[in-house]
Design a protein around this ligand. Structure first.
Ligand code: SF4
Length: 339
């Protein structure tokens, strides 16, 4: 898959006071990609586009280089204690992506250049929780591997966490450009997770992400580089032939990987809110994503928000099948959660 390159770039003036901001500005100002200045990375008011859909598509190809001012990290349950903010936004076009709703009308890709300040804050969180281990999730609001060739931030975060006795980093990706991360001194403190799915789901609902065989190849390199490795299978979907497809996926993965010990799995079934459904239908009007409320059961989330999840029997069938097949193909692996 070709590495992502933006069609348009904005810089906050303050970002140029940081080495990474200056480096990106110097790199891009001669490339022919339009470079503009913006007073705030949170408020881009002059994005081109005739209508909302066009603006959305352009935003997904727009990079904004800024300074992260909020250095209070959000919680990131269940996979980590905190979300570490390296970037916000993603160039992928996964129909079901929760960023559709959480990023509202700001779907452009923001990278933050004040990395030393972000790492200093992470260090304080680690000290506050000592002697407990503190885990940081770097993929809560973006796919950091997808933009690593631009920012290099993940490499720095992995190096930083490698030196923290009580700090751990984790992130998940649907991209495969991992080569620059293979020789980093991770010290076993970073868990590299790949988001994988049945071929049907990837083909229909994950445009502009790496194809499965590239993700598997990247996972193999990461395992060989000694990183703790995991897979997130999300969203697990029920459709004609899902059992066979997920079995095939796990079989394929186990054959490609050099070992299965210590691998973790996180399993998340497909769910949607009514707000997400409306946004998805606007942005991907031809999507085949099944979102019929009457086929689902309701689940109340935080702030009384209703999510539509699969019916109880379907959830049980998914849980049973995935557990059996993971035990079959990955005897040394563990399932961290199923939801
Ligand atoms: Fe969202 Fe991940 Fe797809 Fe990017 S790759 S659009 S973050 S689901």
């Amino acid at each position: 898959m070709k590495l992502f390159q933006p069609d348009l770039i904005y810089f906050e003036p303050q970002a140029l006071e940081y080495p990474l901001g200056k480096e990106l500005y110097d790199r891009y100002k001669h490339t022919g990609i339009p470079v503009r200045m913006t007073t705030s990375h949170n408020r881009i008011t002059d994005l081109p586009g005739e209508n909302d859909l066009e603006k959305y598509r352009i935003a997904k190809k727009t990079l904004v280089v800024g300074v992260r001012k909020t250095l209070t990290f959000e919680p990131s349950k269940p996979s980590a204690e905190y979300a570490i903010p390296l970037a916000t936004g993603c160039m992928g076009h996964c129909h079901y992506c929760y960023l559709q709703t959480t990023m509202g009308n700001r779907p452009y890709i923001r990278v933050y250049v004040n990395l030393d300040e972000i790492f200093a804050r992470a260090k304080r969180y680690i000290q506050e929780r000592a002697p407990e281990i503190t885990r940081f999730e770097a993929a809560c609001t973006s796919d950091p591997v997808g933009i690593e060739h631009i920012s290099g931030s993940l490499k720095k975060a992995i190096e930083f966490m490698g030196k923290q006795e009580l700090g751990r980093l984790r992130f998940v990706t649907k991209f495969s450009n991992v080569d620059s991360l293979l020789d980093v001194a991770h010290n076993g403190h970073t868990r590299f997770r790949f988001s994988v799915n049945a071929d049907y789901v990837i083909r229909h609902f994950e445009p502009s992400t790496a194809p499965l065989h590239e993700r598997i190849e990247a996972a193999t390199k990461v395992a060989q580089a000694g990183y703790p490795l995991g897979f997130i299978i999300a969203p697990l979907m029920v459709y004609q032939g899902w059992e066979e497809d997920y079995t095939q996926l796990l079989n394929h993965l186990s054959e490609a990987l050099p070992h299965t010990e210590g691998i973790t799995f996180e399993l998340i079934t497909h769910r949607f809110t009514q707000t997400a459904k409306r946004v998805i239908q606007e942005r991907y009007p031809k999507s085949k994503l099944e979102m019929e409320e009457e086929n689902r059961q309701k689940k109340w989330g935080r702030y009384g928000r209703v999510k539509y999840v699969y019916q109880k029997e379907q959830m049980q069938a998914l849980h049973r099948h995935m557990t059996e097949q993971i035990e079959r193909f990955f005897p040394g692996a563990s399932i961290e959660y199923f939801t």
